[in-house]
Design a protein around this ligand. Structure first.
Ligand SMILES: [Ca+2]
Ligand SMILES: [Ca+2]
Ligand SMILES: [Ca+2]
Length: 190
């Protein structure tokens, strides 16, 4: 699972009170089976607020999961999921079915979204492997336009989505490798 998480782009999101509502979109090419049959979008909330997550999948019937991202995706990380609750006005049609939407208040922390074609079980979300009858490009949209608690969200907020370059991941894993090597050498020298 760790491998899939590091393959996903990482976004840092902060809400700025009073700023305009913003959205960020990541496209996933949902394949019929194997790696690629589930799309993941990882993000961090740096400032607690209300968020909206929705799908735009014109050819698949999207199903969306939201989970805490502790680096090891397990069933107990799942916060919620949705299949068909997004209006066609907001999300468009989806493979003759409907898109998904999650409106929720989140505290600061790391999270992960997973999208695939219905049916999409929690164990398939965890494993990253689903067998899909519909395939194609589907978008996960992150927005601060969540309306779960409009009383505290009237001014809107701003998402600062900063995709972490792949080089940072490579550098990170390279650094871990160097550290591991250094430790190994130390043990051998001792
Ligand atoms: Ca976990
Ligand atoms: Ca759906
Ligand atoms: Ca499926």
């Amino acid at each position: 699972m760790k491998k899939l998480i590091t393959l996903a782009l990482l976004y840092s999101i902060s809400t700025i009170a009073g700023a305009a509502t913003a959205t960020f979109t990541e496209a996933h090419n949902i394949t019929a089976s194997g790696v690629g049959s589930v799309g993941y979008t990882s993000f961090s909330v740096t400032s607690a607020g209300n968020f909206r997550f929705y799908t735009m999948g014109p050819t698949i019937d999207p199903f969306l999961y939201l989970a805490n991202d502790d680096g090891d995706l397990t069933e107990d990380d799942i916060i919620t999921s949705d299949d068909d609750n997004c209006s066609e006005t907001l999300c468009g049609i989806a493979g003759d079915f409907y898109n998904s939407i999650i409106d929720i208040a989140l505290g600061s922390g790391d999270y992960i979204l997973g999208i695939s074609d219905y049916t999409f079980s929690s164990s398939e979300f965890i494993s990253g492997i689903n067998n899909n009858s519909r395939t194609g490009v589907a978008n996960i949209v992150i927005s601060t336009a969540g309306i779960m608690d409009p009383g505290t969200f009237s001014a809107g907020a701003n998402i600062t989505a900063t995709p972490l370059p792949a080089a940072v991941w490579l550098m990170g894993s390279g650094l871990l490798g160097v550290l591991g090597l250094a430790r190994k050498n130390k043990v051998q020298a001792a």
